[in-house]
Write a protein that binds this ligand. Structure first.
Ligand code: SF4
Length: 288
């Protein structure tokens, strides 16, 4: 018989939160809160431990083929439309050794190859834990698994050129073009993201642009035309994914008692999505 862990008073301890989740929309908080500060610092410096919201399987929208996705915690942006604000704080994630994360991935190795899929590291912002991020992507690469990094690019300069070579695809989120609008949307500057895009293009690294379409916030034609022109000129953007805003993350803002300002915003109509896809296509990009 398997014994159930209990405290000194005999009260059964709750089962640890599993690494696997049905989707990133599971609300997860404080799972790494007990980790001593010195251990967090060491994890960030060495990359031998990271903080993950979860692993999910079967994604068809986070890179080519069917993807296993590891969702990191920690983000320097505060996007008004963020669908997963529980991933903003690193200590909300599960502390996971690199060895454990690699073993988790190894389970899917054969299936991913058969389905021409791969592994995507997303978040949160994975480069908040850039040592862990690159070590995990390197491990995936060494197993022959296609690797993708989903990033806002703000800390792209933390990766060396030889590390970029181990990332088969960068899914780069460009939120808007206008610097002031970018500050209002995310709380941060747009410059580092664009600089990272230029650097990837100069090294001929494949990029997919991810553009979250939010009515009233990121649906300005002139602004989107600028994003499209930038991506087309760089030449490394293999495709554009226009991601329509939705309200699946609203409950997280409410449960975390965060000030959610998009309560009344509806997802964009198909007509608006088509119009935006048309702007990217008119610039010569493949857009879906
Ligand atoms: S960059 Fe992504 S995870 Fe970070 S706040 Fe924005 S949408 Fe959320």
């Amino acid at each position: 018989m398997t014994s159930v862990p209990s405290d000194a008073a005999g009260t059964p301890s709750p089962a640890p939160t599993p690494l696997a989740a049905r989707s990133p929309y599971e609300l997860r908080v404080d799972l790494g809160k007990g980790v001593p500060e010195a251990d967090v610092r060491s994890a960030l410096a060495t990359g031998d431990m990271g903080f993950l919201h979860s692993f999910t399987t079967g994604s068809a929208v986070d890179g080519p083929g069917v993807r296993v996705v590891a969702w990191t915690t920690g983000c320097m942006f505060r996007c008004l439309y963020c669908h997963n604000p529980d991933t903003w704080t690193m200590s909300n994630g599960i502390p996971v050794s690199l060895a454990r994360a690699t073993e988790e991935l190894r389970k899917y190795r054969h299936g991913l190859k058969v389905m021409s899929g791969g592994f995507t590291l997303s978040g949160g912002e994975p480069l908040m834990q850039h040592r862990f991020a690159i070590k995990l992507l390197t491990a995936a690469h060494a197993m022959g698994i296609h690797t993708a990094l989903d990033t806002n690019g703000f800390y792209g300069d933390r990766l060396a050129d030889d590390e970029l070579a181990r990332i088969d695809l960068v899914l780069l989120d460009i939120k808007t073009w206008d610097p002031e609008r970018h500050r209002r949307l995310t709380g941060m500057e747009i410059g580092p993201t664009l600089e990272f895009a230029r650097r990837l293009a100069a090294r001929k690294r494949p990029i997919w642009l991810r553009y979250v379409l939010v009515p009233g916030l990121t649906d300005d034609d002139a602004d989107i035309e600028q994003v499209a022109a930038f991506a087309a000129e760089l030449g490394s953007f293999e495709r554009v994914d226009v991601l329509p805003f939705h309200q699946m993350g609203r409950f997280k803002w409410q449960r975390l008692k965060l000030d959610y300002t998009l309560d009344t915003i509806e997802p964009p109509s198909q007509e608006v999505v088509e119009r935006v896809l048309g702007i990217f296509r008119a610039a010569g990009l493949k857009a879906n």
